[in-house]
Write a protein that binds this ligand. Structure first.
Ligand code: ADP
Ligand code: MG
Length: 699
């Protein structure tokens, strides 16, 4: 039977079950089912002894006797501990629930087969919480035993209809029996060169591994497959774009650029900034549309590079726009540009959600006539009514806040797409940028402007709050300003978040007017009020700004030297890093103070320790990816993290991804259009991926 056959042709799958499988786990064909991989395996072929146990083992099976049973603790922490001796050593079996029943049924001296997940403690104790237990007699009476058992994830609806992990495993087993041919898209020469399992063998072993080694090989092959198809499609699209998509040519650097450089720029560009500008200029001259990611830590000076790129567009009679993720940021860019460009006679305007109708009309009009040269704004820029005469360059600030679809919309504003530069301050780990931005060229500003003092980061527990306030008093006395950031706006009954309003009251009591002036800023305020509040802080009229994370990106107040983050354990690493970047922008020593409750989970402790020990955005990003996984960093729903891998894991399989990318590049070098005979099946997979991918704009 062909593996593309509908799942209903499988024995044991009627219309009702088929519908459930469709809806719940996206399984329509036998192939889909075979690609529904187990999420774990349980090795029940092997018995471990205490000596064999290592922290890498997820589940173990052991044989031995219970030698002692004790109850420990009181109330909630009450637990039953059985000492289990396997002839080599002793471990603890622990129960927190059903204590009474277990106690009555466990027999000291009886031989048991124990199965579960071992935990290791610092004092050398190993324990298995809530193990599966079976007497040796029972175990030996069972007919089916040994080998790896696959476990499949199920949903509540599936379970209610009696489709359990075991049911799925039986269906897969049947499917493997009746499929007579699993076509392998991987060319033979690669299978040989890399030593891959053939696809059919990989699929068999991913479900029913013959042994651990085969399982490893199967995982490797299938992970590689996912990355490989992904990279092939990204690189192919990038080639298509650079080779086939015409782009405007900005021939020369003219008066705007030169006058700005000679008369306005008050500092020397860093080498990194110069290098990146060169890369951008090369794009502009290539005749192909540029799609460049400009990556640089907070404060590394991306904005100047963006502005100077825009001036080149203007020098060539094109318009340029800059899109920022928030109103505050758009405003700040706008004001910054107005100041920087003063006297150069350039028409710059701001368009946001709160731009008045009259002004809006003028903007629309001037965009069409070409009078308006630089438009700064929020996502209001991508509304259909906004039409340019000759948009040559679109810059997007803080990319990860924009959906991929929004980006595409900007591209579609002219017949020939404008050059696009995406700026991000989120240092993206290499593995991620390879997939997320695989079709973009990447420039990195990896050098900070000179003369900055590194920010000191300090962890303060609730119990040290008094000292924290004393410190803030001293900083303010020196004329400095302070941000205090809270994680939530509205009180949530369930969560004990320190909410902003409460925090504000608290700060007011500690720093009372008229001696102190405290402002408050949050996302639910009207844009005008937000701007007013921000402006007052920027002018130094308020000394303390109590805020939510609305100040996270871009805001620039050089005199602010203290960033206090309340309930810092609630924030992700990237966010903490972004917030820290709000200070350290002037010449004074700056501080980031992470306030947490006294007791921390181990994950929270790792985050805080990372922040205290490094200011390197890339290190922090790697750690973040490691701790949270890629979906979380980019907030899948919000930013449309575009790739979903079934088996490959971006935070763990970086090496496989790198290999896949290298081989994909090599292969496309030889056969750019995938026309060779031995690449035909591969080509079909790649085309399917391109169609599915949000980047499939060109084909
Ligand atoms: P980013 O957008 O990368 O976070 P900005 O472009 O806002 O950083 O730059 C941060 C600050 O550093 C700004 O005040 C900017 O004027 C200044 N700056 C940028 N480049 C340099 C440089 N080469 N030398 C000195 N100061 C610089
Ligand atoms: Mg910025």
């Amino acid at each position: 039977m062909d593996w593309l056959t509908d799942i209903t042709y499988l024995k044991g799958v009627g219309p009702k079950r088929a519908e459930l499988l469709n809806k719940e786990i996206d399984v329509f064909t036998i192939k889909d089912l075979l690609y529904y991989f187990p999420y774990k395996y349980v090795d029940r072929s092997k018995f471990y002894t205490v000596r064999d146990l290592t922290t890498e083992l997820a589940y173990v099976q052991m044989k031995g006797k219970i030698i002692k049973i004790e109850e420990h603790g009181q109330g909630r922490s009450k637990r039953l501990v059985a000492k289990f001796f396997d002839g080599v050593g002793t471990i603890d079996l622990v129960w927190f629930q059903g204590i009474k029943w277990i106690k009555n049924n466990l027999k000291i001296g009886q031989e048991y087969i124990v199965f579960g997940k071992p935990n290791f403690f610092r004092n050398g104790t190993i324990s298995i919480p809530h193990p599966e237990l079976e007497t040796v007699e029972k175990y030996e009476a069972r007919t089916v035993r040994g080998s790896f058992q696959p476990y499949y994830s199920t949903t509540e609806r599936l379970r209610k209809s009696f489709i359990s992990s075991r049911t799925i495993s039986e269906l897969v087993s049947k499917a493997l029996e009746i499929v007579d041919n699993i076509p392998d898209f991987m060319p033979d020469y690669l299978i040989e060169r890399i030593g891959f399992l053939p696809l059919s063998e990989a699929i068999k072993n991913i479900h029913f591994p013959q042994n651990p080694h085969k399982l490893q090989l199967a995982e490797f092959r299938l992970k590689f497959d996912e990355f490989f198809i992904n990279q092939l499609s990204l690189i192919k699209q990038k080639r298509l774009r650079t080779e086939k998509t015409a782009g405007y040519v900005f021939e020369h650097v003219g008066e705007y650029f030169n006058r700005f450089y000679n008369e306005k720029l008050s500092f020397e560009l860093t080498n990194a900034q110069k290098r990146v500008l060169k890369e951008i200029r090369r794009d502009f001259k290539s005749g192909h549309q540029a799609n460049r990611l400009l990556q640089g830590d907070v404060g590394s000076g991306k904005t100047i590079v963006a502005l100077m790129s825009m001036l080149i567009a203007l020098d060539n009679d094109f318009q340029a726009c800059l899109m920022a993720p928030t109103e505050i940021l758009a405003q700040q860019h706008y004001k910054n540009f107005i100041e920087l460009l003063d006297g150069l006679d350039i028409n710059v305007k701001l368009l946001t959600g709160s731009t008045k109708t009259r002004e809006r009309k003028i903007i629309h009009h001037q965009l069409l006539t070409g009078e308006l040269q630089i438009l700064v704004g929020t996502h209001a820029l991508i509304e259909d009514t906004v039409q340019f005469k000759r948009l040559g360059l679109a810059i997007i600030d803080e990319q990860h806040r924009f959906g991929v679809a929004q980006r595409a919309k900007l591209w579609q504003k002219g017949k020939i797409p404008p050059h696009v530069i995406v700026m991000t301050a989120t240092p993206i780990p290499r593995t991620l940028s390879m997939t997320l931005y695989g079709d973009l060229d990447v420039s990195v500003i990896d050098e900070m402007p000179p003369g900055r003092k590194p920010i000191k980061t300090i962890h303060v527990r609730e119990s040290g709050r008094r000292r924290l306030y004393n410190f803030i008093h001293r900083e303010i006395a020196k004329g400095r300003q302070v941000y205090i950031v809270y994680p939530l706006i509205k009180e949530s009954e369930k969560l004990d978040y320190k909410n902003l309003e409460q925090g504000y009251e608290h700060i007011l009591a500690e720093f009372p007017p008229p001696k102190y002036r405290v402002g408050m800023l949050h996302g639910q305020m009207k844009p005008e009020d937000k701007d007013l509040e921000m402006a007052r802080f920027a002018r130094g009229e308020t000394q303390i700004l109590v805020a939510t994370t609305v100040i996270e990106v871009g805001v620039n107040v050089p005199n602010a030297t203290v960033m206090v983050i309340e309930s810092a354990e609630r924030f992700g690493l990237s966010q903490l890093h972004q917030l820290r970047g709000r200070v350290g922008r002037g010449g004074e020593q700056s501080y980031c103070i992470l306030v947490t409750k006294d007791k921390l989970s181990s994950d929270a402790r790792k985050r805080i320790d990372t922040m205290v020990s490094t200011t390197d955005g890339f290190k922090i990003a790697e750690m973040d990816l490691h701790l949270r996984g890629p979906g979380d960093i980019f907030g899948t729903a919000q930013s449309g993290f575009p790739f979903h891998f079934r088996i490959a894991n971006l935070s763990k399989d970086g090496k496989i991804l790198q290999l896949a990318r290298n081989i994909a590049e090599e292969l496309l070098q030889q056969d750019p259009e995938l026309v060779l005979e031995q690449h035909q099946l591969l080509r079909r997979e790649v085309d399917r991926e391109i169609k599915r991918s949000p980047w499939g704009l060109i084909s």
